[in-house]
Design a protein around this ligand. Structure first.
Ligand SMILES: [Zn+2]
Length: 474
């Protein structure tokens, strides 16, 4: 293994949620020539994600080389101890350096675009354009933001709820193209040693259009030509990685874990929420979703030129946190917190084991299938997890997702709008300078990417949980 080249450059293209399950058949059919070239000319493999399988947690693991147990981001919502208030984790909550910050200390310059978990931006040697959770274009250095916005750079897709399918697609293609254009300008006109750009439209389209394989392929073909352009313009002196934060699969049914915890007696509602009127509202909302009537209503509202989100607001009951033994992280995260103010001493393990045991055996009466594929204790999965970690992490079985929040009267609902969901296995490709060709790599994790990139610059970090993927190097 030689000494890494002084002039080596690293390009990372992130395709949120990309999975070999979709890419391989398309590659074999010759539909994605640029991704095929990158996959076949270098090393490829499945890249394991993290639990919970959520973009913000997984990309933070990509950026830090740490597990969520160490960097402290478990999803879009999590709870703090000791009062269990829900909060949205920002970049300021990330307990660890991003790999480009470490690389920057040796004078190397980075361009980082749209990596989820990088809002607000932190100072670096280079340029950073914040990804999720940014709601507008925010950059380091800050003065770049206005120029980017003027050029039509848009931060993230608006989603599918308030638009027709046509509007959703127009928005997603527009965002992707504006990001690609801005990215290529940086790539060609700025000095850089590390260049990272993440496209999130891939995840969005898989979530909303999983049943429409032709529609997804069309978008991935656009993505393929963008990837090809980046790889070509980056030049021969570059090592190129294409990675995803997790994979994807079909979604049919949602399991409401907070509704289940309430049924089992672990979760209590606030008195103000425990009224017949509020419960009836939640019941009607569940009924509308189960019968798919909500989708018809949404289309009617769109037809009249209104925003469905301002009319259809799903009622949610408030949890009496102080008097509940267990509750989820919040909206759709697959984590359960045990209230350690209420459940103390030996009771803690007893209650936790009891909940895990019961959850493992939950079956969907409609299909007869088990709903949970894997369930973990956070402190077994992650060594010494940070104090805000959920106590239990859940991986849903095929066709299912685990949803939180007291917003369903039923334990299960048909998934109306989302037909795709996150799966554990993402993608990994490495090619170009210093990389072996035609190698298949197994047993690698998203936490391994950062230490592997550091290795290309002859650096190591003791803080990181991941390992260097040595097999890829010539
Ligand atoms: Zn993702």
């Amino acid at each position: 293994m030689g000494i890494p080249n002084e002039n080596n450059r690293v390009l990372v293209i992130g395709l949120d949620g990309a999975t070999w399950d979709l890419l391989d058949p398309w590659i074999e059919a010759g539909k994605l020539p640029n991704l095929a070239k990158l996959a076949n000319s270098g090393c490829r493999g499945k890249l394991g994600s993290v639990f919970p399988i959520i973009s913000l947690a997984a990309w933070s693991s990509f950026s830090t080389g740490m597990t969520p147990g160490k960097h402290g981001v478990f999803g879009f919502q999590q709870r703090n101890r000791p009062d269990y208030k829900s909060y949205i984790p920002m970049s300021t909550d990330v307990k660890g350096k991003w790999f480009w910050e470490t690389i920057g200390m040796s004078g190397k310059r980075s361009i980082i675009i749209n990596v989820p978990g990088t809002y607000p931006p932190r100072e670096l040697n280079g340029v950073l354009v914040s990804g999720l959770l940014a709601t507008k274009t925010v950059t380091y250095p800050p003065e770049l933001a206005d120029g980017l916005a003027l050029k039509g750079y848009t931060v993230d897709e608006k989603g599918y709820f308030n638009t027709s399918k046509g509007g959703f697609l127009e928005d997603i293609y527009g965002t992707t193209d504006s990001m690609a254009k801005a990215g290529l300008e940086f790539l060609e006109n700025e000095d850089w040693d590390v260049f990272v750009i993440v496209f999130t439209g891939t995840d969005r389209i898989q979530t909303c259009m999983w049943e429409d394989k032709a529609g997804m392929l069309k978008y991935f073909q656009r993505m393929d030509s963008i990837v090809g352009e980046f790889a070509e313009k980056a030049g021969n002196n570059t090592t190129t990685f294409v990675v995803s934060d997790h994979g994807a699969g079909r979604l049919k049914r949602k399991f409401f874990v907070d509704t289940w915890l309430k049924e089992q007696g672990y979760l209590k509602l606030l008195k103000s929420s425990d009224t017949p009127v509020k419960k009836a509202a939640v019941f009607i909302a569940s009924f509308l979703r189960t019968t798919k009537l909500v989708e018809t209503i949404r289309r009617v509202i769109l037809f009249f030129g209104l925003r469905p989100s301002s009319v259809i607001r799903r009622p949610t009951l408030d949890i009496d946190i102080a008097n509940s033994k267990a509750f989820s992280s919040s909206y759709y995260e697959s984590g359960v917190y045990i209230n350690r103010n209420l459940v103390t001493g030996n009771d803690y393990e007893k209650i936790r084991d009891e909940i895990i045991g019961k959850l493992k055996s939950v079956k969907d009466p409609e299909s007869g299938k088990t709903v949970i594929k894997n369930i973990f204790k956070a402190d077994v999965l992650y060594k010494n997890p940070v104090s805000d970690a959920p106590d239990i992490l859940i991986e849903a079985a095929e066709d299912y997702t685990v949803a939180g929040g007291m917003r369903s009267a039923l334990l299960f609902e048909q998934s109306v709008r989302d037909t795709g969901t996150h799966k554990f296995d993402g993608i990994f490709m490495a090619s170009g300078k210093g990389i072996k060709s035609g190698q298949k790599i197994d047993d690698i994790s998203i936490v391994d990417v950062a230490p592997t990139i550091l290795r290309l610059f002859g650096m190591r970090s003791k803080e990181m949980d991941g390992k260097i993927i040595e097999e890829i190097f010539e």
